[in-house]
Ligand binder design. Structure first.
Ligand code: HEC
Ligand code: HEC
Length: 118
């Protein structure tokens, strides 16, 4: 395995460290590296991601540093957030129908066809 260099460790921050969270509402944490989600969405989103893929937090995060982008799966997950955001506005009823679980159903790799009958 090649060492993955922390190329993205200096990714843009939504707020300087120590600044109050955007929106003014009392958030439990100050996040350092949010590029797509809002601080108030993090708690619910992270539990939804875990359930949708059937994984632990460390599938996407390196131990002890949730802000780090060193885990490649976190970068894939960002792409997936963008994918979901591009799909939903296309439904004719204007409602949200697609979430991570819609495709993943508790698995890391969604299936393209039903599994063979047992
Ligand atoms: C499927 C991948 C995935 C899983 C599983 C996951 N996360 Fe995340 N997490 C992300 C992504 C992607 C972001 C960055 C979102 C953004 O850029 O807006 C993030 C951001 C965060 C942040 C914000 C860090 C910062 O300072 O910027 C925290 C805290 C966090 N996750 C905690 C958790 C916890 C706790 C769990 C387990 C319950 C978890 N995550 C599971 C993908 C994941
Ligand atoms: C339209 C179907 C679809 C939706 C919706 C979707 N995914 Fe995925 N996802 C896939 C497919 C297909 C793959 C496997 C191909 C790949 O890795 O790019 C995948 C792979 C992944 C992987 C890499 C897994 C691995 O084993 O390396 C992560 C992480 C992930 N998705 C996170 C998410 C998250 C988080 C969401 C919700 C924000 C989401 N996905 C929504 C289809 C989807």
């Amino acid at each position: 395995m090649l060492m993955v260099l922390p190329l993205c460790a200096q990714a843009p921050q939504t707020a300087p460290p120590g600044a109050p969270p955007v929106g003014g509402k009392a958030a439990p944490h100050v996040f350092k590296n949010l590029q797509l989600l809002k601080p108030e969405e993090i708690h619910e989103a992270m539990h939804a991601f875990r359930t949708a893929l059937g994984v632990e937090c460390t599938f996407c995060h390196i131990q002890g540093d949730f802000a780090s982008d060193e885990n490649h799966h976190k970068l894939v997950a960002r792409k997936m957030i963008e994918l979901v955001r591009s799909i939903n506005p296309q439904f004719p009823d204007g409602k949200e129908h697609v979430a991570c679980y819609t495709c993943h159903r508790g698995a890391k790799e969604p299936l393209m066809a039903p599994p063979p009958a047992q």
